[in-house]
Design a protein around this ligand. Structure first.
Ligand code: RFL
Ligand code: PHB
Length: 396
């Protein structure tokens, strides 16, 4: 089999890239290691930036998002037992975010691709990429128990943080910058209508908590927990009690979350990581394959989408004009935006979580920073601009 662009990974970045290329008349093949049901049910991101929504619409994947997505005009910060609302449109010239789960984005993109797109193979595990630095790279994969090869003009590694593409870049060429955090998130999905209209990010002495949602009926909630926490140590009642304690504010002492059946519970480690450059010869890295962020800034999925928008434009330029200028600029273009999101995610994480080794001095600095955000429109606008996402044109 031969294709112009061999895409490894059928997560949001691989699926959207295939759509964008297909719409530009460029053929591709997507190879996904897992089965369709697994990919469609993997619980992950919930927040889409304006530019992400625009890209999904342009790719033809906006219909259900426009019907079912929830538009959010702000978030609430809680700290020091008080609440401060961050008003996105007022602070960012009208920008906002959407609550629409990654599971739904992936379902929409898969349905489109299977209906009228190029090949999308599930249960197709890539084992090796050969000749990435030659004119004709080859992808070796196993599909339905048989070893296969896919000959490509280009390869794009959209295979996430645990994929094979990043390590196919020779160690002498690649540099990884990393940070781990001394805490994790315990996340639950609950059949409980969120009693709050906007996401709540809470700094508390007991640790960070986040109240998000998946729909008007389903809440998505997170608690900071120590690394290595076993979810079995957190029976449902303990989770609800702890969430209520961390969200408590003096102005509304009776405030409580609405409780409901907990349908999923898992512990997620937190890490920041960037691998440079995002290209080796004819192989490009996109999304989590190249960089990950802790989820506190809601940036991971949006960064993955920004990468593939830049890459699809570059392939279209090459095909239309023969110029590889955008393709050659791909890594630098993306990394500028990536580092901004890395900084924002690190800032949100370290400002809102309680480090187990934290001194009283550091805690006072966190509270001072949060107070600054609550009292200065400039400080608050800096948070809002980064949260809703910088316009693609500015850094990509
Ligand atoms: P993915 O989604 O990991 O997809 C990679 C795909 O590649 C496949 N694969 C292979 N296929 C073939 N051969 C191989 N050898 C392969 N190895 C791997 C995998 O099976 C998989 O299907 O990467 P992609 O497409 O780059 O997308 C990135 C996003 O998934 C990720 O950044 C976000 O989920 C991060 N994230 C959030 N991002 C946001 O923008 N907003 C949020 O609110 C947000 N919340 C979150 C998050 C991530 C979380 N977790 C679990 C890490 C909340 C959580 C809890
Ligand atoms: C989510 O809804 O899963 C979510 C929302 C905001 C974040 C992280 C996760 O910062």
């Amino acid at each position: 089999m031969h294709t112009t662009v061999g895409i490894i990974g059928g997560g949001p970045s691989g699926l959207l890239l295939a759509r964008l290329l297909g719409n530009a008349g460029i053929d591709s093949v997507v190879l996904e290691r897992r089965d369709r049901a697994y990919v469609e049910q993997r619980q992950r991101a919930g927040i889409l930036e304006q530019a992400t929504v625009d890209a999904l619409r342009a790719a033809g994947a906006g219909a259900r998002l426009d019907r079912e997505g929830l538009v959010h005009d702000g978030i609430e910060l809680r700290f020091d037992r008080r609440a401060h609302r961050v008003d996105f449109p007022a602070l960012t010239g009208g920008r906002r975010v959407w609550v629409y789960a990654q599971t739904e984005v992936v379902k929409d993109l898969i349905a489109l691709q299977l209906a009228d797109g190029g090949p999308l193979l599930f249960d197709a595990e890539v084992r090796a990429i050969e000749g990435a630095d030659t004119e004709s790279p080859v992808i070796r994969y196993v599909h339905e128990g048989r070893e296969q090869t896919l000959n490509c003009d280009y390869v794009v590694g959209c295979d996430g943080f645990h994929g094979v593409c990043r390590s196919a870049v020779p160690a002498s060429v690649r540099r990884t910058y990393e940070r781990t955090y001394p805490y994790s998130w315990l996340g639950i999905l609950a059949e409980a209508p969120p009693g709050y209209e906007e996401l709540i990010y809470a700094h508390s002495e007991r640790g960070f908590a986040l109240a998000s949602m998946r729909s008007p009926q389903i809440s998505r909630l997170y608690l900071q927990v120590p690394n290595g926490t076993d979810p079995a140590d957190w029976p449902d009642e303990r989770i609800w009690d702890e969430l209520d304690a961390r969200f408590a504010i003096d102005a509304d002492p009776g405030w409580r979350l609405k409780r409901g059946a907990v349908t999923a519970k898992s512990v997620l480690p937190m890490r920041s990581s960037v691998t440079e450059p995002m290209r080796y010869g004819r192989m490009f890295l996109a999304g989590d394959a190249a960089h990950i962020v802790p989820p506190t800034g809601a940036k991971g999925l949006n960064l993955a989408v920004a990468d593939v928008i830049v890459l699809a434009r570059a392939f279209a330029q090459l095909r239309d004009t023969g110029s590889a200028a955008l393709l050659d600029a791909y890594s630098d273009t993306c990394l500028r935006r990536v580092w901004r999101a890395e900084h924002f995610s690190y800032f949100m994480t370290t400002t809102l979580h309680t480090d187990p080794g934290q001194t009283a001095f550091e805690r006072k600095l966190q509270l001072s920073q949060l107070d600054r955000i609550a009292t200065s429109p400039h400080a608050c606008a800096e948070l809002a601009e980064n949260y809703v996402g910088l316009p693609l044109g500015v850094t990509a």
